[in-house]
Design a protein around this ligand. Sequence first.
Ligand code: 13P
Length: 256
Amino acid sequence: MKFRKRIIAGNWKMNKTVSEAVELSAAIRHELAECNDVDVVLCPPFTAIAAVAESLEGTTISYGAQNMHWESSGAFTGEISPFMLRGLYCHYVILGHSERRTYFGETDEIVNRKAQAALAATLRPIVCVGETLEQRESGDHIGVVSAQVHASLAGISGADLKKTVIAYEPVWAIGTGLTASPEQAQEMHACIRKEIAVLCSQEAADAVRIQYGGSMKPSNAAELLEQPDIDGGLIGGASLEARSFVELVKIARERN
Ligand code: 13P
């Protein structure tokens, strides 16, 4: 198996004022300033990115946004462009999160446009996919997620896919306290990796990092991160407190 550096990212969603965000990033920095063996990424709301960036200066901790528009500028009231994020030296951008798909009508085609625009702006996209409970219960989950991977990443080169992170987030596990079992998650991660081989190449499939997201917390992270195709976590609730987020990074480090 090819070595893939683990990646633990915090998706703070619509939480934290600027001062709260700085307080949280400072507490994380205090524990993880010298973390080189796991990629650590903080994704605050847009309003706090600049302040979090400043508080992370001189550390190896990266930061990013939770969404962006695909155009570089123009009459798109309320939107943020890839170049604006690069202007803040963001490294990553989360795209196609299920909350964006559900509440804001984002489709695979939109996610694909955004992913291409992010890569063109030298941002690393974290592209989210995942099935609903209904889709899992009807036995469609593999087909649904494979189709999302195909459509969201269509036309992206092997070199760019290697810079892309995929987050498998079963919708039924997000914010519910329910987690996919390690076997359920591993099965899906292996399918996603196979899809990348079909879409592009085995080389890209071996290199792409696939995170699990959905109620990941210190008590369940170890068994998930021990699975061969799970390369990290995209963390919601447990990233809003320094103690649990730092603990998750430490668990990932121990499994390198
Ligand atoms: P929770 O960890 O709160 O379930 O959220 C997961 C998520 O949506 C991360 O993007």
